[in-house]
Design a protein around this ligand. Sequence first.
Ligand code: TXA
Ligand code: MG
Length: 325
Amino acid sequence: MIRVHLDQAASILQAGGVVIFPTETVYGIGANACSNEACRKIYQYKGRPPDNPLIVHVYSNEELAKYAKLSLEASKVIEAFTPGPLTIIAQRIDADVLPENREPSAIADVPCCGKKTIALRIPSHSIARSLLRMCKLPIAAPSANVSGKLSPSDFDMARYNFANTQLPMLDGGVCEFGIESTIVSFIDEPRILRTGYISAEDIYKRTGVDVSVGLSRGGTPGSGYKHYTPEVDLIVYARIDDIISSLGKRSGIIAFEQDKQKLENMHIPQECIIRFVANNADYSRRLYQLLHECRHMENIFAPYVKDSQFGLQERLEKAMTDAFL
Ligand code: TXA
Ligand code: MG
């Protein structure tokens, strides 16, 4: 991993290279979305299955409209929530044009896996925006992790993921939201395929657009792959009182601040790591960092949240080992 400046990163992208950069959700590993060859490198670095498409990051609504056919509903949602932690899936504008007849500035087939649909996102992070503005390219970028591992929500996690590579990296510190963007598909009826900070309720309140929450069952190409796997067992609990009998000598414990008193009375082994989260938003923002911090423990205990807001329920269910207390 090599730390670079924005102008260097922009030149690398223009030359067909790969760059790790921060967004407001998690760090991405990006390449020129108009180049099949550049995008193939991302799949190699990540060990990503070649049929799992990438999100294309663009600077503005105008640019986004160049690549996708937008329904009225899609336009309303984009208007209300971008730039920000939202990805939309829509029909590719040139889906029916043969690759050899497309403009050089068209999105390449590799990031879309040859599909007629495309995932697009306008990030709000100032570094991501500067990078998009300076390289003047759409950037295809999945999360900057090896396939199946945790997405990086701060610079150190991203560096850890690609420590033994020479990949150029932009340092943006800690990500504001800490989990991946909410994905809304407008291919049929609007549907959330991946939950995130922005919820179906938020979308309805701000735009009047009714979106169902389909999660990743069927539909999402990535749904067949296991995501968000921490390096040790994650055991999810409903009540803090239930963990004591299952704790190891060196467990990581994530708990809500409201359970602090109870934990103090529980005689937790000294070598355990205990980290408190204030509320669901705080929990969602810090979840990946906490799982990363506890990676050398015997196991990790984390409170269950049955709420699609902030994407916690989906992330916990995907990351947890079968154990549920
Ligand atoms: O917050 C984020 O979205 C981050 C940052 C870097 O922008 N990116 C991210 O990308 O999480 P990735 O590749 O880790 O997740 C993208 C998801 C995958 O599950 C993929 O299957 C799905 O989006 N996806 C991409 N194109 C799609 C399409 N045309 N139809 C359905 N799902 C699609
Ligand atoms: Mg990912």
